[in-house]
Write a protein that binds this ligand. Structure first.
Ligand code: OGA
Ligand code: NI
Length: 360
C-alpha cells in the first residue's frame, strides 16, 4: 500500500480560520448545493433519542432482564446501527477529565499543536483533513488521532506533550474503553447467535485487535449552512464509542432520507456499528451513515474511540449467517486495505461498503 508522504495542499487549521474572524468561509469548504446540511429538498431535521441501554441490567439476577437487554442491543444494531449505553462502568470523572484535557489541548498555541502535525502516512497526530485528493472539499474540523492498540503501534511520544496530564488520562481512558468495547463485542456476537467471542476473535483477539482515538474539534463556523463538520460517512472499522459534546448538538444520523439530530444523554456513550461488523454479520447489523453539522455560536468537541480488527485480519461474513435465503453479501478484504480507501478518497457516505458486494 502506498500513501502520499505529505498532504497534497498546504494545511490551514480550521480553528485559526475561525479565530481570524472571517465572515465567509473559503471556497474549499463550501459543499455543492445538493450536499449542504439544511437542504430542505431531501432532509427534514428532527431530533431523536436513539435507543438507550442500561448495561447494569446485564448483571441482573433475573434471566428475563438479561435477555431483554441483549435483545435491545441486537435490535438497535439491526434497525438503527446506533445505541447509547448508560451504567457502562467507565468513571464519569475520567470521562469529564479526558474531555477537559482535549479541550485544553485545542486551546494551546498553534506552535505547540504544530509539533504534532500529522501526515497521510499514518494519520497520527494533529490533523485538519481526511483524504488526499487534490481540490477536495474539506470539512470544518481539526482533530488529533492516535493509536492505542495493538501495543506495537502505541507510541505515547506521538500523543500531546501538553497539557501535562494528557498522556496519563488518555492511557486510562483507552484502557477503560477497550474493556467496554470488548464487552460490547461479546453482546453483539450473542445477539447474532454466534459464540460470544466470535467478533473478538475475528478482530484478532487480545494481541491484534486495534483501537484508536480521534478527538474532533469543530470550531465556530460563520456559514454553517454551507459546509459540514464531518461529511456523511459510515465508520470503516468495528465499533465506535463516541463521547459527544453534551452542550451542543451536532451529530446527525441518516434514517431513510431524513437526517435526525441525536440528543446525547449526559454520561452515556453513543455506540455505533462500523463497516467491518456489517460485513462480519452479513448485513444483519447495519453501519449507518452519519455526519456532523457545525454552528456559529459555540465550538464543539467529541471523542471517538474506534475499536477495530487488526490491520491484517481478513474480514468476511460469518459462515453461520450465510444461508440459502441470505446469500453471502461481501467479498473478503483486510481491514488495512479497506481503510486505505477512506484515507485517500475521504468520507464518501456508504459507497465503499457497496463496492464490496460480491457479484451473484
Ligand atoms: C467520527 C464521528 C461524530 C461526532 O469521528 O467518525 O462520526 O459527533 N464523529 O463528532
Ligand atoms: Ni463517524
Amino acid at each position: 500500500m502506498s500513501f502520499l508522504q505529505s498532504w497534497p495542499e498546504p494545511i490551514v487549521r480550521v480553528q485559526s480560520l475561525s479565530e481570524s474572524g472571517i465572515q465567509k468561509i473559503p471556497n474549499h469548504f463550501v459543499k455543492p448545493p445538493s450536499d449542504r446540511p439544511f437542504n430542505i429538498m431531501d432532509t427534514k431535521t428532527t431530533s431523536i433519542n436513539v435507543p438507550l441501554i442500561d448495561l447494569e441490567n446485564l448483571n441482573s439476577p433475573n434471566e428475563f432482564v438479561r435477555k431483554e437487554t441483549i435483545d435491545g442491543i441486537s435490535n438497535a444494531c439491526r434497525e438503527w446501527g446506533f445505541f447509547q449505553v448508560a451504567n457502562h462502568g467507565v468513571s464519569h470523572e475520567l470521562m469529564e477529565k479526558t474531555r477537559a484535557v482535549w479541550n485544553e489541548f485545542f486551546q494551546l498555541s498553534l506552535e505547540e499543536k504544530q509539533k504534532f502535525a500529522n501526515s497521510p502516512v499514518t494519520y497520527e497526530g494533529y490533523g485538519s483533513r481526511i483524504g488526499t485528493e487534490v481540490g477536495a472539499k474539506l470539512d470544518w474540523c481539526d482533530y488529533f488521532f492516535l493509536h492505542y492498540l495493538p501495543e506495537a503501534l502505541r507510541d505515547e511520544n506521538k500523543w500531546p506533550r501538553l497539557p501535562v496530564s494528557c498522556r496519563k488520562l488518555v492511557s486510562e481512558y483507552g484502557q477503560e474503553l477497550v474493556k467496554l468495547s470488548k464487552r460490547l463485542t461479546t453482546i453483539l456476537s450473542i445477539g447474532l447467535g454466534l459464540n460470544e467471542d466470535y467478533i473478538h476473535q475475528s478482530f484478532g483477539g487480545n494481541n491484534e485487535t486495534s483501537a484508536c482515538l480521534r478527538a474532533n474539534f469543530y470550531p465556530k463556523c460563520p456559514q454553517p449552512d454551507l459546509t459540514h463538520g464531518l461529511s456523511p460517512h459510515s465508520d470503516p472499522g468495528g465499533i465506535t464509542l463516541l463521547l459527544p459534546d453534551t452542550d451542543i448538538p451536532g451529530l446527525q444520523i441518516r434514517r431513510d432520507n431524513n437526517w435526525l439530530t441525536v440528543n446525547p444523554i449526559p454520561n452515556a456513550f453513543i455506540v455505533n456499528i462500523g463497516d467491518q461488523v456489517q460485513v462480519l454479520s452479513n448485513a444483519i447489523y447495519k453501519s449507518v451513515e452519519h455526519r456532523v453539522i457545525v454552528n456559529s455560536k459555540k465550538e464543539r468537541l467529541s471523542l471517538a474511540f474506534f475499536y477495530n480488527p487488526g490491520g491484517d485480519k481478513l474480514i468476511k461474513p460469518a459462515h453461520q449467517l450465510v444461508t440459502k435465503d441470505c446469500p453471502v453479501l461481501y467479498s473478503p478484504m483486510t481491514f488495512n486495505e479497506y481503510r486505505s480507501f477512506i484515507r485517500t478518497k475521504g468520507l464518501t457516505g456508504k459507497c465503499q461498503i457497496e463496492s464490496l458486494k460480491s457479484p451473484r
